[in-house]
Design a protein around this ligand. Structure first.
Ligand code: PMP
Length: 402
């Protein structure tokens, strides 16, 4: 359907023309796999376009956003504190619920202190932008999330991208750098598109040897990896080599918001120097209480993680038995690599036809030749749903002629 403004004459404002040309290009692609409107959701079932479908792309890995204790905590917080955090904490004050979550998260992650923000994106920007400055050197895995790149860019430091999850390439870059430079190393615990676990022991050790301040975004590792779901550093039994842990509350903790956890002095520096922390409204009462209750459930009910991993193994085996390429994913975030948009689009469409909701991701969002369907498994998927997903995958494989 043509948008009405495409028929209007070109605008006199060049910036609006640029937006219009960009949109016109996208419309010509004749597919619309993004910004769907979902009419209803209950667990891993959604309703889209009047049809019941299975959600196979949610980051709610443990399904805690539907856990009765989590929902109840959100409702109680709303009644007690109202809907809004009313402003930035630097000016309007922290609330007891912020402190409670921060202390709990810091203890869970084995850090002295923690600060929560209204989004994971903001936390990741803050964790990078606030600590590096012009003249510093930042080494970043080339597949980092865009929030980290934004923070890195804001810092004005010089950037060195190293090959994805590749210690040899990082070593080379570090050895070629000035020993006198102040350095930061930025990594992700689990790379969300690829499902790869960071080669943290080797990478963090290199960082340590070259006196890097190391930032680890564990948005997709928290709740999934490590003893009790403590994340990627815990998975490898590492602690001190990572100076900052940051991430999101919107994945395994079933809420929204983000966190930065580190030593007390680092968090104090963040609170007094980070623009994202000082000038943005706080995490809301309900979202804070939801994350806090989810953290309790994560610690008290290990069955959700057990179910997540059982589902992950079964699903991954099924994809491999169909000959599908999962890019070596080791986690519940499992891509199906199809290699071109000409294959990815009909595959995505075939799954949708069979009632399976997934996300298509094509170049330049992924490297050329890695066009893929992003899927994510959840503890909420039932055995029957996994069967239905298997049938849909077999159908898509046949339809695309793989
Ligand atoms: N880091 C990573 C690795 C992510 O995948 C995301 C979200 N997709 C974020 C940070 C940002 O988190 P949020 O969506 O909570 O803003």
């Amino acid at each position: 359907m043509a948008l009405p403004f495409f028929t209007k004459p070109k605008h006199t404002k060049p910036l609006l023309n640029r937006c219009r040309d960009d949109l016109a290009t996208k419309m010509r692609l004749k597919y619309d796999p993004y910004y769907h409107v979902i009419q209803a959701q209950q667990g891993s079932r959604i309703q889209l376009g009047g049809r019941d479908m299975i959600m196979l792309a949610s980051n709610d890995y443990l399904g805690l956003s539907f856990h009765p204790k989590v929902v109840e905590a959100g409702q109680t917080a709303l009644r007690k504190w109202g809907a809004s955090p009313t402003g930035a904490r630097s000016a309007n004050g922290s609330r007891a619920y912020h402190i409670e979550l921060e202390e709990k998260l810091a203890a869970f992650l084995g850090r002295e202190a923690c600060h929560v923000h209204s989004s994971g994106y903001l936390s990741c920007v803050a964790a990078t932008a606030s600590f590096a400055q012009k003249g510093d050197l930042i080494f970043g895995d080339k597949n980092l999330h865009s929030s980290l790149w934004d923070g890195i860019r804001l810092s004005m430091a010089t950037v060195e991208r190293f090959a994805h999850n590749n210690p040899d390439d990082l070593r080379e870059a570090l050895e070629a750098s000035s020993p006198a430079a102040t350095k930061m190393l930025v990594l992700e615990g689990v790379y969300s598109m690829e499902g790869h676990i960071c080669r943290l022991p080797e990478l963090a050790q290199l960082g340590e040897a070259h006196r890097c301040f190391t930032v680890l975004d564990d948005a997709h590792g928290l709740g999934v990896l490590g003893e009790g779901g403590r994340g990627t550093a815990a998975h490898f039994g590492l602690g001190d080599q990572v100076d900052i842990l940051c991430g999101s509350l919107s994945k395994s903790l079933g809420s929204t918001g983000g966190f930065v956890a580190a030593s007390r002095e680092v968090i104090e520096y963040l609170r007094t120097n980070s623009k994202q922390t000082i000038f943005s409204a706080a995490l809301s009462p309900a979202q804070t209480a939801i994350a806090s209750a989810a953290l309790d459930v994560l610690q008290n009910e290990p069955e959700h993680r057990e179910r997540l991993w059982a589902n992950t193994r079964r699903y991954r085996d099924m994809l491999h038995s169909l000959g599908l390429d999962t890019w070596g994913s080791e986690t519940p975030a499992i891509p199906i690599v199809l290699g071109s948009k000409e294959r990815a689009y009909p595959f995505w469409q075939a799954l949708r036809e069979k009632g399976i909701f997934t996300i298509m991701s094509i170049a330049p969002a992924v490297p050329a030749g890695k066009d893929l369907i992003r899927t994510a498994i959840s503890a909420l998927h039932s055995d029957e749903q996994l069967d239905q997903i298997g049938e849909a995958m077999a159908y898509a494989v046949k339809k695309v002629g793989l």
